[in-house]
Design a binder for this molecule. Structure first.
Ligand code: PRP
Length: 222
């Protein structure tokens, strides 16, 4: 028979609390001031480099307050988070270790599909506090699977940070502790985000023109 009285919960400490939620700005307007040379790629700009910088500074402040002075591990998900994590860690004081895990969902370029690990962690996360960093939280499958894996590897505490959140696309119940911006169901590229591996290098986030997707589909048929 199960005991009726549960063992007392450990006294809450500062480090076991969830991070204090901060307001998440919603980006639902497009600027038509598109950098020259990119007008055939994107139909509008969702976040400029300056906006990204400002928001990343805010996220970093909040993360640093939460993680404090005990060494922690930042695990960035390849490939999409590369630009974001590079800017984020430069705003953090640490102490931290930066590591990468490769995970990809193979779909048709706009829809996510089966998850495959393409690179394992280099660093042992058992007993460590971990911050998972990704570019976008979409269906939630990737983040949910990676968090499950980090916990199964014995991570002491796992927090997550995503630059973009598309809540309308969620198929698994998965949130993130730190979110840069919420966006509507737009197909966005730039600042790490790709379409068929292209456009990750753009320094801003923009909405991909449907003509680009249509042209790529025609190429595939040929
Ligand atoms: C993208 C993105 C996230 C994931 C989010 O990765 O970088 O990791 O999809 O989608 P989800 O919430 O529906 O799982 P992708 O698998 O396309 O690989 P990439 O990082 O190399 O672009």
């Amino acid at each position: 028979m199960k005991p009726k009285i549960a063992a007392p919960a450990p006294a809450p400490t500062r480090r076991s609390r969830r991070p204090v939620p901060i307001d998440v700005p919603v980006l639902d307007r497009l600027s038509l001031r598109i950098p020259s040379g990119q007008k055939t790629i994107v139909s509008g700009v969702v976040a400029t480099p300056a906006r990204l910088r400002r928001r990343i500074r805010e996220l970093a402040r909040s993360i640093q307050d939460d993680f404090g002075n005990r060494e922690w591990v930042v695990v960035a998900l390849l490939n999409g988070s590369v630009l974001f994590v590079a800017d984020l860690v430069r705003e953090l004081h640490g102490p931290l270790i930066l590591d990468f895990i490769g995970v990809s969902s193979y779909g048709d370029g706009t829809e996510s599909g089966k998850l495959v690990y393409t690179k394992d962690l280099k660093f042992e996360v058992a007993g460590r506090d971990v911050l998972v960093v990704d570019d976008i939280l979409d269906t939630g499958r990737t983040l949910s699977e990676v968090i499950r894996r980090l916990k199964s590897l014995g991570a002491r505490r796992v927090r997550s940070c995503v630059l973009l959140d598309k809540p309308s696309r969620r198929v698994v119940k998965q949130g993130a502790d730190y979110i840069g911006f919420q966006i509507p169901d737009w197909f966005v590229v730039g600042y790490g985000l790709d379409y068929a591996e292209r456009y990750r290098h753009l320094p801003f986030i923009g909405v991909l023109r449907p003509e680009v997707i249509a042209a790529a589909a025609r190429e595939r048929v040929r």
